[in-house]
Design a protein around this ligand. Structure first.
Ligand code: F6R
Length: 370
């Protein structure tokens, strides 16, 4: 079943172009997101939504965080994202007309399920509707939600989530677009631009995967390190968080992610030649700011690996190794594409360290107890 792959995680990373195709299938036409993508009941619900509350754990939580940037930036709809284990125990204020979205690969995560069950108790009074973005049909979350969007990633066996995350982001981009369209927050032209971008995504992921050999070389610098720092701004901040999570869970290297602008508020004190710093540097409005953050790291002797796109031109120099990852600069497709080399990095570091990649110590694929 593994084919040419040594591990399920590797196989699943390489299945991502197909997982995206399968998740888009039947959900978009050439130029539009199909109204039925979230079920026929969705239309009347989405028209009334005033804000979105996303609840998830782990990698699925990171997908939610990326989408917060999209909801607020692209369609101007307020969006909050929180880990389920916090949300369920803190008596959160529930606003009227909230769309409550749970995101989960397994559909069985205990905290996420409990948060959903709790919100349902006030759903009528507050006009709250529930949607789950889930990879497993007939799971607890799909049974308990008003609306279901199934990511068609196929079975994910590796404990470290990869293709499920990518398809969750695809699902969220469709959700942003559909709500934006129904509430007239985006033009048809904009919708078509988003749809065209999504159609390019499998090819973009494929070209990012083609950088595996370069990433494998970089991985050699990590195997003797105890710590790593991931930096990003905007949507690349949650992508940095996801990169750090992948590295820590399968290679057991302590990794942290920071929004690059927070460096001087503390983590800069950590920087020396022993801590590799990984930065994600797409060509966008924040690039110049990120470049000055990189100089702050460089001035302290830090060793940096920068993933950029064809237009970023960060420029390699001493202590700063730049890898061109993608030709892409789209607001929705960029975070999805930039995540791929970070998955490969975690995988190759773990291979060198000889850990149990598909079954990391102390972790379970489906977390059905809190
Ligand atoms: C990380 C990972 C976990 C899960 C988390 C939520 O690679 O797999 O962090 O993302 O346990 O699981 P689901 O998505 O099944 O609710």
């Amino acid at each position: 079943e593994l084919g040419d792959h040594r591990h399920y995680m590797h196989k699943e990373i390489f299945e991502q172009p197909q997982a995206v195709i399968d998740t888009l299938e039947g959900r978009i036409s050439q130029e539009h997101v199909l109204p039925s993508a979230f079920g026929y009941q969705a239309e009347s619900i989405f028209k009334e939504v005033k804000q979105v509350q996303i609840i998830a754990c782990g990698t699925s939580y990171h997908a939610g965080l990326v989408s917060k940037y999209w909801f607020e930036d692209i369609i101007g709809l307020p969006c909050s994202v929180e880990v389920a284990s916090e949300y369920r125990y803190r008596n959160p204020v529930v606003q009227d007309n909230t769309l409550f979205v749970t995101i989960s690969q397994s559909g069985e995560t205990a905290d996420t399920l409990a948060a959903l069950q709790q919100i349902k108790q006030v759903a009528n009074e507050k006009n709250v509707s529930t949607l789950t973005i889930c990879n497993v049909p007939e799971s607890s979350l799909t049974r308990e939600s008003d609306l279901t969007f199934l990511t068609h990633a196929g079975p994910e066996i590796g404990v470290a989530s990869t293709k499920a995350f990518t398809t969750q982001l695809v699902a969220l981009s469709l959700l942003v677009t559909v709500i934006g369209k129904l509430q007239k927050r985006i033009s048809e032209r904009r919708e078509t631009i988003i749809v065209k971008g999504l159609q390019k995504l499998p090819g973009l992921i494929q070209s990012a995967l083609a950088h595996e050999e370069v990433v494998k070389e970089i991985a050699k610098n990590f195997s003797d390190k105890d710590n790593a720092l991931f930096l990003g701004r905007g949507t690349m901040y949650p992508i940095a968080m996801e990169g750090a999570l992948k590295l820590k869970e399968i290679s057991y290297i302590h990794a942290e992610a920071y929004p690059a602008g927070e460096l001087k508020h503390g983590p800069l004190a950590l920087i020396d030649e022993n801590i590799p710093v990984i930065a994600i540097a797409p060509h966008n409005d924040l690039l110049e700011k990120l470049k000055s953050n990189l100089q702050e790291v460089k001035a302290r002797g830090g060793q940096m690996i920068v993933f950029e796109d064809e237009q970023s031109n960060v420029g390699s120099e001493d202590g700063l190794h730049v890898v061109k990852t993608t030709t892409n600069v789209g607001r929705i497709t960029a975070p999805i594409t930039f995540n791929v080399p970070l998955q490969l990095l975690a995988y190759h570091v773990a291979l060198i360290k000889g850990t149990d990649v598909d079954q990391p110590r102390n972790l379970a694929k489906s977390v059905t107890v809190e």
